[in-house]
Design a protein around this ligand. Structure first.
Ligand code: HEC
Length: 125
């Protein structure tokens, strides 16, 4: 009988501890990128991240900040200097763009597209 009481107290206590679980603020969930089995296209999927709404190209344009991220020049400016295909996650264009502390920020899914493009070999496609 006594053991049973202790057992019950332990169960109640563990329920009590469980009720104190803390909900951490989770980072934005990035849906896996389904590109229909196709590789990411630099010209239609990556370059527009920088130029849409002049997000990056407001500063990163010819005669202004380097690298020039306008559609015509972005590839030549980024590859190979700002990408690291051996260690995609350490690529400058990826770390700076997703840092959230640079002048403009991109979404988690845009960052995932850039990372996938680098992982696939940073092709001019
Ligand atoms: C308000 C102007 C401005 C905007 C907007 C801007 N940048 Fe920059 N960027 C700079 C300046 C200034 C530098 C050089 C000094 C520095 O690194 O802060 C720079 C440097 C960089 C570098 C080179 C870092 C290095 O260490 O070689 C990359 C890559 C870069 N920016 C990417 C981006 C991307 C991607 C965007 C858009 C999401 C963006 N920038 C938006 C001003 C800007």
């Amino acid at each position: 009988m006594k053991k049973r009481t202790i057992f019950l107290i332990l169960i109640l206590f563990s329920l009590f501890l469980n009720s104190c679980k803390y909900d951490f603020i989770l980072p934005e969930v990035v849906p896996p990128i389904d590109n229909g089995g196709e590789p990411i296209s630099f010209s239609t999927q990556v370059a527009p991240i920088f130029s849409t709404g002049n997000k990056c190209t407001a500063c990163h344009k010819p005669g202004d900040k380097s690298p020039d991220l306008t559609a015509a020049n972005a590839f030549a400016q980024l590859v190979p200097n700002h990408v690291n295909t051996a260690s995609p996650e350490s690529s400058k264009i990826y770390t700076v763009a997703k840092s959230g502390t640079h002048y403009a920020s991109i979404s988690a899914s845009q960052a995932a597209i850039i990372l996938l493009w680098i992982t696939e070999g940073a092709k001019d496609n």
